[in-house]
Design a protein around this ligand. Structure first.
Ligand code: BEZ
Ligand code: FE2
Length: 406
């Protein structure tokens, strides 16, 4: 048994003083240090420094490890030129992305306090690294393919990758399904995958309404995607509409990534059907997609997570860098409330969305913790979330299922 006695403990989405936590692989008790030492006389007390704050381990719901080799190659600023640059440099970037590069990416997340992440996998090449990294990984096997003639082959490949990830559960892998996007997945393929997710109760996610070009294509079959589909797929027709795509997820809760270009009505519809949103502020900014109106999500009481996306659309995989970007971007939400929402979006929200037994400091939860030291005393309990986000470059301690990793 180990006891941690920070100055501040993040519990029930607020900060409390004079509370310690006792844990082995799971959290066993939360009480004053005095009571815990009486209850567990043989427990080891971890020494913490002044102004320490203990959080549940952070959860980054959406990352593409396969593109971790990108630094300066891809074209930022607008979605279609970015997509063109991905296609042009795809082979080179993927072959440069070896296990060492991907492990460094996992390490960068680890140092930012991430104890669980959601890896969107196109080819399955990051499965080995995901089994080796200390973090738990929701392994989202991605389904792609808008062309009906190649659908069978692509679906077979997807099922094989899904099956391989199921063999790695003992190594911390949670098998899951990702739908690439409305424009790149044929509705029949989509239906098959949603049926599997529902039947096997697998986490499900999908990129959705990321760019203005995507909306224009799905609504009007015009804009940047028209020449893209003419060039690469010899078609001028979209395989689906926004409504048809959303309806395909009826009764199967999914985590929709981006949704920057979704209307309030579409967000309300998704919320009413039990869905949630992954918000990637820096990726959206770098690809010229706009700003997700998280104030609308707050008004609609719609759950959202904050995620880094991959290094193909970001400069770091630090979840703390991502929250700092969120703080600067969302000027309409009162500052300390926003900080609190952002911390929730990488702890209890993702845990609830994906039914993880973590993301909260609560008896019976897995003992995943991120410990940080503020540089000075916070002026109020309410300011701690904001001050953590502003000042923390790296966490000062990290535990996964009770094991001290950093
Ligand atoms: C496809 O495989 O159908 C596809 C991939 C990327 C963008 C659009 C379509
Ligand atoms: Fe993504």
């Amino acid at each position: 048994m180990t006891i941690l006695n920070p100055n501040y403990l993040y519990i029930n989405n607020e900060f409390q003083e004079n509370i310690a936590v006792a844990f082995d692989t799971e959290i066993q008790a939360i009480d004053t240090l005095e009571n815990l030492e009486k209850k567990y006389p043989d427990a080891r007390l971890e020494i913490t420094k002044e102004n320490s704050v203990l959080y549940p381990g952070f959860i980054n719901t959406h990352v593409h490890l396969e593109f971790s080799a990108n630094k300066t190659t891809l074209q930022y600023g607008e979605f279609m030129p970015w997509l063109d640059s991905v296609i042009e440099n795809r082979e080179e970037l993927i072959s440069a992305c070896n296990n060492e590069v991907m492990m460094n990416a996992c390490n960068e997340m680890l140092h930012s306090g991430v104890t669980t992440f959601g890896a969107i996998s196109s080819f399955g090449t990051e499965l080995e690294v995901c089994t080796q990294t200390p973090q738990k990984v929701i392994f989202f096997n991605e389904l792609i393919g808008s062309n009906a003639t190649t659908a069978d082959m692509l679906y077979g490949d997807f099922l094989e990758r899904l099956s391989e990830s199921k063999n790695c559960v003992k190594h911390g892998i949670i098998p899951a399904i990702a739908i690439h996007s409305p424009y790149a997945v044929h509705p029949i393929l989509l239906q098959c995958a949603v049926t599997v997710a529902k039947k096997e109760n697998l986490p499900l996610s999908a990129h959705f309404l990321e760019s203005p070009a995507e909306r224009e294509w799905l609504e009007k079959e015009q804009g940047g995607f028209l020449s893209f589909f003419q060039k690469f797929f010899s078609t001028s027709r979209s395989v689906t509409s926004i409504e048809e795509f959303m309806n395909a997820f009826n009764q199967t809760p999914a985590h929709f990534t981006h949704a920057v270009q979704a209307t309030r009505e579409e967000l309300t519809f998704l919320n009413n059907n039990g869905h949630s949103i992954a918000h990637c502020p820096r990726s959206n900014r770098l690809l010229g997609c706009g700003r997700l109106a998280i104030e609308t999500l707050v008004e609609e009481n719609m759950p959202f997570t904050t995620a880094t996306d991959g290094l193909s659309s970001n400069n770091t995989l630090s979840i703390l860098d991502e929250l700092r970007a969120g703080i600067m971007l969302h000027h309409l939400v009162p500052l300390e409330d926003l900080a609190s929402l952002l911390i929730k979006s990488i702890t209890s929200n993702p845990a609830e969305i994906f039914s993880l037994n973590s993301g909260k400091i609560e008896i019976g939860k897995e003992a995943d913790f991120a410990l940080i030291y503020l540089p000075d005393r916070p002026s109020s309990l309410k300011s701690i979330a904001l001050q953590t986000i502003l000042h923390t470059k790296k966490v000062n301690g990290l535990w996964i299922e009770g094991e001290k990793i950093l």
